[in-house]
Design a protein around this ligand. Structure first.
Ligand code: FMN
Length: 437
């Protein structure tokens, strides 16, 4: 039995339109159902005929063609996902501004309850235009919009740079991810096999898929002068592993990172670099209202110098200076707890001696839903290691902490995200149950 995804493909006028024909062909061969809509200018590059033939479906070019059906509503009710590929500068900007003045933009406007995948394609100068950057960022912030970044390479205008529509295989994989059909999507990128048309249990939708997950990572720094600072040995590996695993399950990840020496995982929705604890706090607060989950894996510096010396100071001046006195920095989770409105909050406690009671107290005081106790007492776990040994404690089950064996940080990240996902599912169920009463 083939599980068919219903894909609504919106095509605008870029030379990359020929790649969309390949996209339709591959999706069709993988068993998906496709309806295409084309802008008037797209039809100047290629007629609707090849789309009709490859999809074996009608192509929508005018909403007023058939008054018996309100096509933009019927189609967006019907589809599982809308894919705008190629998406021109013009189309992206119209979507971001809420313009609905032709068949394609009206269909996209009506598709506010389903995932929308946008594959930009344009000349590099257009792609780097601050207006487009702002419009794309606006869309990235919206829950159902997903941007598949264009690639670098040779462009139809004869130049080389970023702006080539993402490869068809990547678009198919992203569709699969967004429709929870990763097994079939991945398979259809290579060779279409019989097994590829069967929905795999592994494709079960993770409760955090499409959820907005904010993750903090790494240390922060508090400066005494322009070059010397107070910090801790955090390398950011746990937070980055969480971000990488969250991306894999289809979450929309905002990574707020202190200074670290590791590369950010691919596919994070936004990465915000900070240096001080106050900067990390500001970034968390700015992103918290729109978040479904906050995972605080960073190790912010707990103290800052009361008086800071502006430029690099002489050793003697530092020793003699009363500025060596410290004050506590802001507590990020405490500040977030005041603003909490249904977000799931996961914190970490780095303890030398697995101080369970301490972790439970922290969880309560800071309104966390779950706390992960980190064993930092040995050299091969915790800070600067690829491994961790964690204990997970959930709110309401404080007396039943779950101890896990030493595992890679990626494995620990999967455990934490699965537990957070289960809590999220429980939260949604409870909320819906309350609504029904
Ligand atoms: C041959 C040709 C190729 C074009 N390719 C692109 C492109 O890749 N990306 C883009 O944003 N605009 C491109 N344009 C400009 C758009 O077609 C133009 O802005 C158009 O008005 C967009 O309309 P639409 O978004 O409704 O399809 C191209 C124009 C021509 C003539």
């Amino acid at each position: 039995m083939i599980a068919i995804s219903k894909i609504l493909l919106c095509v605008s006028s870029s030379i990359a339109v020929y790649k969309s024909l390949d996209l339709v062909s591959k999706l069709k061969q993988a068993g998906h159902e496709i309806v295409t809509a084309m802008t008037a200018d797209a039809q100047k590059i290629v007629t609707p005929v090849p789309f009709k033939s490859l999809s074996r479906n009608e192509v929508v070019t005018d909403l007023f063609d058939d008054n018996a059906v309100i096509a933009h509503i019927a189609l967006t009710d019907w589809c599982d996902i809308l894919v705008a590929a190629p998406a021109t500068y013009n189309l992206i900007s119209k979507i971001a501004c809420g313009i609905a003045d032709d068949a394609v933009t009206t269909i996209i406007a009506a598709c506010s309850r389903k995932p929308v995948l946008i594959a930009p394609a344009m000349n590099t100068a257009m792609y780097e235009n601050p207006i487009l950057i702002e419009n794309l960022n606006k869309l990235r912030k919206l829950k159902n919009y997903n941007i598949i970044e264009p690639a670098e390479g040779y462009l139809a205008c004869g130049t080389t740079g970023r702006g080539r529509m993402a490869p068809v295989e990547d678009i198919i994989a992203k569709i699969a991810e967004l429709t929870g059909d990763s097994a079939r999507g991945a398979a259809s990128c290579s060779k279409i096999t019989a097994a590829a048309s069967v929905k795999s249990p592994a494709a079960k939708v993770h409760p955090l898929r499409n959820k907005s997950v904010v993750i903090t990572a790494g240390p922060t720094r508090e400066f005494i002068d322009s070059v010397r600072f107070l910090t801790n040995p955090s390398t950011g590996r746990m937070g980055y592993a969480l971000a990488a695993e969250a991306v894999k399950i289809g979450a929309r990840v905002t990574l707020i990172s202190g200074p670290v020496a590791i590369a950010p995982p691919e596919g994070v929705y936004s990465k915000i670099d900070v240096v001080t604890t106050k900067e990390m706090l500001d970034a968390v607060i700015e992103n918290f209202a729109d978040a479904d989950v906050l995972i605080s894996a960073a190790a912010p510096c707990d103290f800052r110098f009361i008086e800071k010396l502006g430029k690099k100071a002489a050793k003697k001046d530092i020793i003699d200076n009363a500025g060596l006195r410290l004050e506590a920095t802001e507590d990020i989770l405490e500040a977030a707890s005041v603003l909490k409105k249904g977000q799931l909050v996961v914190g970490f406690a780095a303890e030398d001696n697995n101080h369970l009671a301490n972790a439970v107290r922290k969880m309560k005081v800071k309104s966390m839903d779950m706390i992960v106790l980190n064993d930092v007492s040995t050299k091969d776990t915790g800070f600067a290691s690829d491994y961790n040994k964690i204990t997970v404690i959930e709110k309401g089950s404080e007396n039943a902490p779950d101890d896990f064996e030493k595992a890679s940080k990626a494995e620990c990240a999967r455990i934490i995200l699965d537990r957070a996902g289960a809590l999220m599912a429980k939260k949604i169920k409870t909320r819906n149950g309350k609504k029904l009463k």
